[in-house]
Design a protein around this ligand. Structure first.
Ligand code: ADE
Ligand code: ZN
Length: 338
């Protein structure tokens, strides 16, 4: 049930977003505008037709449309506009820090230069830091349906700019593409001093989460829903204090769960796991971070203390230095107590 004082707390609480694909924040209105600006033809007659097409029965259904949507992104300014639109929206949800995924292979495969993508996204992130007070980290994802050689080629393209990239991730079609496929390229990324994270256990089995931890040595698990099927794995995630970046509305729209009341956040909190709440691909899944918070707060009847805990987890699970985390936690205490 909706609860006005809980909603007000969600609106006010400072938070970090740790699981956000910048290409998944491409709203139909901007998709249309960019298609026109760049003379790219898209198979939709109107913004409403685009929205109507956003009905998915699994991850692959969504990915097919997601990669198609990306085709309107052509110039550095397009990537700037995309990222800036997300940051402005995030600011209205009291987001103070973002750790953004981008999928360079979704663009370089279409002939764009790696630099076009990186420059546009980063320019907006820097403006966001100055004008909106939102700090950031940038995480380059490898598409797991492509080969490890292709991931190495992407890392090579990133090398001249590696000081501008903070971490690597692993996304796209999970089942059939286990983390083990990317063991060597993740080892190289770790050698370079990059942070490492991976999507695991969204549709894939608990074994993929084990692999992400053992073979890729990830610092966080993106999604991690199916880790709950394995009691030993749950104990390990709890003991090691690993962060799970859960995406409730994404889970619902990709049929990972049947209704929002099945969001794994309830169980994760009860088991003492460090769950966080994130929007994944908000333009496609019907909500930004506060929409995700409100949806589970209502469905799982979260207490105010649990909502505060989720906001705290978003900072302690981030790649921010400890001193910055402590400042954000102090602001949370001030807001929650006031
Ligand atoms: N790419 C964008 N969103 C994704 C998701 N939820 N899972 C895997 N790959 C993605
Ligand atoms: Zn994701």
């Amino acid at each position: 049930m909706s609860n006005p004082s809980r909603d007000a707390l969600i609106a006010r609480l400072p938070k970090a977003e740790l699981h956000l694909h910048i290409e998944g924040s491409l709203e139909p209105e901007l998709l249309f505008a960019l298609a026109q600006r760049n003379g790219v033809s898209i198979p939709f007659a109107s913004v409403e037709a685009v929205r109507a097409a956003y009905s998915f029965s699994n991850l692959q259904d969504f990915l097919d449309i997601y990669y198609q949507g990306m085709s309107v992104l052509q110039t550095e300014q397009d990537f700037y506009d995309l990222t800036w639109a997300y940051l402005e929206r995030a600011a209205t949800d009291t987001v103070r820090h973002v750790e953004i995924f981008f999928d360079p292979q979704g663009h370089t495969e279409r002939g764009l230069a790696f630099e076009t993508v990186l420059d546009g996204i980063e320019r907006a992130l820097r403006d966001g830091e100055v004008k909106l007070g939102i700090s950031y980290r940038l995480i380059m994802c490898f598409l797991r349906h492509l080969s490890e050689d292709a991931a190495f080629a992407t890392l090579d393209q990133a090398m001249p700019h590696i000081d501008r990239i903070h971490g690597v991730g692993l996304d796209s079609s999970e089942v059939g593409h286990p983390p083990s496929k990317f063991q060597k390229v993740f080892a190289k990324a770790r050698e370079l001093g990059l942070h490492v994270t991976a999507h695991a256990g969204e549709e894939g089995p608990p074994e993929y989460v084990h692999e992400a931890l053992d073979l890729l040595q990830v610092e966080r698990i993106d999604h991690g829903n199916r880790a709950l099927e394995d009691a030993a794995l749950v104990r390990r995630i709890a003991d090691e204090g690993l962060t799970l970046t859960v995406c409730p509305l994404s889970n619902l729209r990709l049929c990972v769960i049947k209704d929002i009341g099945q969001s794994p956040v309830r169980k994760m909190l009860d088991l003492g796991l460090k769950a966080t709440v994130n929007s994944d691909d908000p333009a496609y899944f019907g909500g930004y971070i506060n929409d995700n918070f409100r949806a589970i707060a209502d469905a799982l009847d979260l207490s105010e203390a649990e909502i505060v805990k989720l906001a705290e987890n978003s900072f302690t699970g981030s790649f921010l230095p400890m001193a910055d985390q402590i400042q954000h936690l102090a602001e949370i205490t001030e807001v929650a107590g006031g």
